[in-house]
Structure formats: C-alpha cells, structure tokens
Design a protein around this ligand. Structure first.
Ligand code: ADP
Ligand code: MG
Length: 572
C-alpha cells in the first residue's frame, strides 16, 4: 500500500466495497469502508482509485436522492431497501441529452468559474456550466446543441498550449472547499416563513444556525419547514443518522409542496441526501461533505443555497467511532480532539460570496444544523463546539414542546448575531417600524418572565392593571404569534409582510388597551372584547386576504372608543 495516499478512495474485496484511506502507517493503511463488510475475508484485493472522495457535479442533480457518497437511492421512495453492496452507479444520468446553450464563442478568454453555457435543469433552475476552478485560457471550440453530461461541449487552450475538453460534468473532492473570489458580509435575511425565526432570530443568507434540542422537541419539523418555505433558490437536505421514515416522508411530501417563491413544485430546487440510521454509520461522516459540496456548486452558479443537516450530532458520533477504531487519543466524552475544528471548518464553508469568474455573480450558502445532545445536556462537546461557531441559536425547549407550544424555540435563550443588519433590511423592505415592534414585543416577553415570578410569590392581584395587561399581551404574543402550526395549510407559512401586520396588530391592541385603562376601563372588559377572537385567528388568514389583518386596527379603534365612551358616561 506504499503508493497509496491518505484520503484515497479504494475498492475493497472482489465485490468492490467503497472505502477511504483514513490513516497510513508505512505500508499499512486503515480504510474506512462505507458499506457493510460482512463476508470480506483475508487475501481479497484492495485497489486504490488514486483519487480522494469526490462528487460528480452537473445537470441532473436537482430532484435526486443520494446516499452519503452520492449514489442514487431511487427505490427509497417505494420503501425499498438501499443499494446492494459494491454497486457504483453514476450520480447523474450519463445518457440523458440536455439542450446546451453556449454563452461564449471561440476566441473568448475565460478563467475558472466563468459561465460557458447554460442548460435548463428544471423548471426553476438554469444550470450554469462553469469553467472548472483551476483552469483558464482561450475557448477554441464551442457549440450549442443536445449533449450528455459526458460529451465534450467546448475546448479550451491554456497558456501552455494544452487543449482541455470541457464537459457539462466535473468532479470535485468533497473535503476541499470550492474556491470563491471573495467573502462578503451578510446583509439579507433568509426569509423562512416561520414567525419566531424571521421576526426574532433571523438567519442571514450566507449565515449559519444551530438547532439544539432534546429528542422530540421539534428539530426535524423545523428543518422540514425551512426546506419547504425558506426563500433560497436551491435546497440541499441531508438526513444524517436519523429515522429512515422521516426521509420517506420528505420524499412523499416535498413534490406536493408549491414553493411560494417560484410557484412550482418544491422538488424543482431540492437535492436530498439520506444516510439514515438503518444505513452504514461510516458514510454518515461523508454525507455532510457531499451535501455541502453540492451546495457550494450551486452557490458558484450565483444561487442562494440553503443546506439543512439533521443531525450533525450523528455525524460527530461517526467521527468519534472512527477515531476510536484508530485508537487516537480521546478528548471530551470520547470525541477526538479535532472535533471542534472539524465542526468549525464545515460551517466556515458558508457565506455570501462574489463567485469565481470574471462577471459579478453573487452566491450564498446558508447552513442550518440540528444538534441532538444526549439527554438534552447542552454542555456536551458537539453542542458547545457548534455554538461557538454558528451565529444563530434556536434553542429548543423540552418544557415548551411538552406544553405543545410549537415551534418550541425558547425566546428568552435564543439569539441571532445577524439581528442588526437584518433589522436594516426589514425596516427598509417591509416597514420602517419593523425593528421597533420587535423590540417592544421582546421587552414584553422578557417582562412576562419576571412578572410571573412575582405572581408565583404573591398572586396576580398584587399586580397593577397595567402589569396584568402586560401579561395578557405577552400571552397573546406567545399564542397568536410565536406559536405556529407546521401542519396547518395556512399557518405553516407566514410571509414577512404578514408577520409584520400580525405583530403590529397585537401591539396596537396593547397600546389602545393601555389608554383605555387610563380612562378607567376594566381589564376584564378589554379581555372579552369582540375583536379578541379575530386577533387569535390572524394566523389562519390566507396571505391573499392580508387586508383582513390590516383592517383589524380600525375595528379595534372603534371598539375601544365605544368602551371608553361607555365608561365615561357611567363615571359621570
Ligand atoms: P426531534 O427531531 O427534535 O426529535 P420532531 O421534529 O420529530 O422532534 O418533532 C416531534 C413532534 O413534535 C412532531 O412529530 C410533531 O408532532 C410535534 N411538532 C414539532 N414541531 C411542530 C410544529 N411546528 N407544529 C406542530 N407540531 C410540531
Ligand atoms: Mg428529529
């Protein structure tokens, strides 16, 4: 094995199991085999492919479902088992002909990242064929027409006079980040249609977010919600070490979803990677890299890409298992000492960037990782290493999910370090008082917590009417705004505009109620006003009927005016 290199992909045994060399000691190689190794016996051959673990990139990726090392899993949807061992199928169809439309002509100078042509990959994705990153020179031949991904569509002569065949597909090693021109500061939110996220803890396009939470607290549901509704142009969804039926659910559900951003089926912009708990543990580690490499590839085309990984803890556990087998020095809780740097280098592949190439293309890659701390213990190494690097923390709370408050994101503990720049965006694009309302709402929710402490000690009657109103409004914020039912056809998605009007309505009620209290109206009268049930039902008003939410303000004003007038007459 002396000529082999660490990270080379090898084929093990007659049946050709796929593995990766993870350690070399003179001519002894340790190989991580990505499949079940039962039946492999001494004396069987091991052949190195001489190349690191890589993925095939080109038109035909969208709409596919792959395992952790990019083998197509076509029959997963039928509830069938995964691939037979040792099968190496092409990741993208090599027979299918695509209509290639050339965008450069012979004689043009091009550099890595330049778009030489496009292919309509799905109804919503124009696949941009790029010069591979490290290549540059003069186009000597190019033609539009129908080609397969392995046909030569163009030729390029580099400065040494060497001619390169350009195809629509290229390979890329998954553990190497794809290069970009320059990283920039995130300034736009990834609008997810989830109220607590967009309004209170927004993630930027190009940002990173973590969702730690105990079993059953709603991590998977949130990841599904983000995949369905986030305004990213491409979605890469990685199911890593979690239940297989959840991926089957995704497969059945996603094609039916109409993406509010494109008006087309969601599957027109999604790639799925499944390495569920019933599949070999080893490929779990690779699946995260396969996912992020596909994501980077679409980012390079100039798209906003979002990747969900559920769960990164299973990936870290695979890392721990490999490290244990190699008898490396264990760190915290048996995880290898390099755990934190592995997690960091994964999230560092995110960002909003100027794409490689001569034109001004901007692409973004956002990653959202679920973390499953055993027993919900947040001090464990995977959670801690993740929180050190991700800029948004959506902390799921067992108590909230137990009380069926969903999404069970704890509003007092969660945070977003993008808040300030996202405020600018929302104030400019949705309404100028967006951030003011958010701050007012959060202040009420925070105050609720301390007022409840007093109530527990001395009872509700010890509070002033104004403080009791604060509790009333905070409850309304929790139940009518923060709670969002993922399984309700309307409530499942809420545009940023609707979020704004809902919040504004709840807080406008609060302000009017405060004035009414000053005029001697009783809190009891306020709590039972006719308009209250309509506030509660705002969540279920369709986006098309947003006027019904907007009109509530006027109705409230009138009802409050009547209440106050009646009180004044009585007092007189
Ligand atoms: P986890 O992945 O953290 O183990 P799940 O995402 O599978 O938890 O959620 C567990 C259950 O909680 C779901 O099956 C669902 O019944 C409920 N749930 C979670 N989030 C929501 C939500 N937003 N709306 C309604 N129900 C939810
Ligand atoms: Mg889950």
């Amino acid at each position: 094995m002396e000529e082999a290199n660490i990270q080379d992909v090898v084929e093990v045994a007659e049946i050709g199991l796929i593995g990766e060399i993870i350690e070399m000691n003179k001519d002894v190689a340790s190989i991580q085999v990505y499949e079940e190794t039962t039946g492999v016996s001494p004396g069987e051959p091991v052949v190195s492919t001489g190349a690191p673990l890589s993925v095939e990139l080109g038109p035909g990726l969208i709409g596919q479902i792959y395992d952790g090392i990019q083998r197509p899993l076509d029959d997963l949807a039928e509830g069938g088992d995964f691939l037979e061992r040792g099968v190496s199928a092409d990741a993208i169809d090599h027979q299918k002909k695509w209509d290639f439309e050339a965008r450069v002509k012979p004689g043009d100078e091009v550099v890595g990242g330049d778009i030489i042509g496009v292919v309509q990959e799905t109804e919503v994705i124009e696949h941009r064929i790029m010069v591979p990153p490290r290549l540059s020179g003069t186009i000597t031949k190019i033609e539009s027409g129908a080609f397969t991904v392995v046909d030569t569509v163009a030729q390029l002569e580099d400065s040494q006079g060497k001619v390169h065949d350009l195809k629509m597909s290229q390979r890329w090693p998954v553990r190497t980040p794809r290069p970009v021109e320059k990283k920039k500061d995130p300034i736009r939110p990834l609008v997810t249609g989830q109220r607590i996220i967009d309004t209170f803890f927004p993630v930027a396009k190009g940002g990173t977010a973590a969702i730690p939470g105990p079993f059953g607290s709603g991590k998977t549901v949130i990841q599904h919600q983000l995949a369905k509704w986030a305004d990213a142009e491409v979605i890469i969804y990685v199911g890593c070490g979690e239940r297989g039926n959840e991926m089957t659910e995704v497969l059945n559900e996603f094609p039916e979803i109409i993406d509010p951003n494109t008006g087309k089926s969601l599957m027109q912009k999604v790639v799925l990677i499944a390495n569920t708990s019933n599949m070999p543990v080893a490929a779990r580690e690779a699946s995260i890299y396969t996912g992020i490499t596909l994501a980077e590839y679409y980012r390079d085309m100039g798209y906003s890409v979002a990747m969900m990984a559920d769960s990164t803890s299973r990936w870290a556990e695979a890392l721990r298992e490999m490290s244990g087998r190699l008898e490396e020095m264990p760190g915290d809780e048996g995880y290898p000492a390099y755990l934190a740097s592995r997690i960091a280098s994964f999230y560092e592949r995110c960002g909003i960037v100027d794409c490689l190439g001569t034109d001004d293309r901007e692409g973004s890659l956002t990653a959202i990782g679920a973390v499953s701390p055993p027993g919900g213990d947040m001090s464990e190494p995977v959670t801690q290493s993740t929180l050190r690097i991700t800029k948004v923390y959506w902390g799921l709370d067992y108590d909230l999910s137990y009380a069926r408050h969903f999404p069970a994101i704890n509003w007092l503990k969660s945070y977003s370090l993008y808040q300030e720049s996202m405020d600018d965006y929302f104030n400019k694009n949705i309404a100028e008082d967006f951030s003011r309302l958010r701050i007012q709402a959060m202040a009420l929710l925070t105050e609720e917590d301390s007022l409840n402490e007093i109530v527990r000690l001395v009872g509700i009657d010890s509070l002033s009417a104004q403080d009791q109103l604060k509790l009333f409004t905070a409850k309304s914020l929790r139940e009518d705004f923060l709670q969002q039912n993922a399984f309700d056809d309307i409530d499942t998605y809420c545009s940023a505009e609707k979020q704004y009007y809902m919040l504004k309505t709840i807080l406008f009620f609060h302000d009017l109620a405060n004035e009414a209290l000053d005029h001697g109206v009783y809190l009891k009268e306020i709590e039972t006003m006719n308009v209250r049930p309509r506030v509660t039902r705002m969540r279920y008003i369709a986006e098309d009927d947003l006027d019904q939410v907007k009109n509530l303000a006027q109705e409230m004003k009138e009802e409050f005016a009547a209440l106050t007038a009646a009180r004044e007459v009585e007092d007189a």
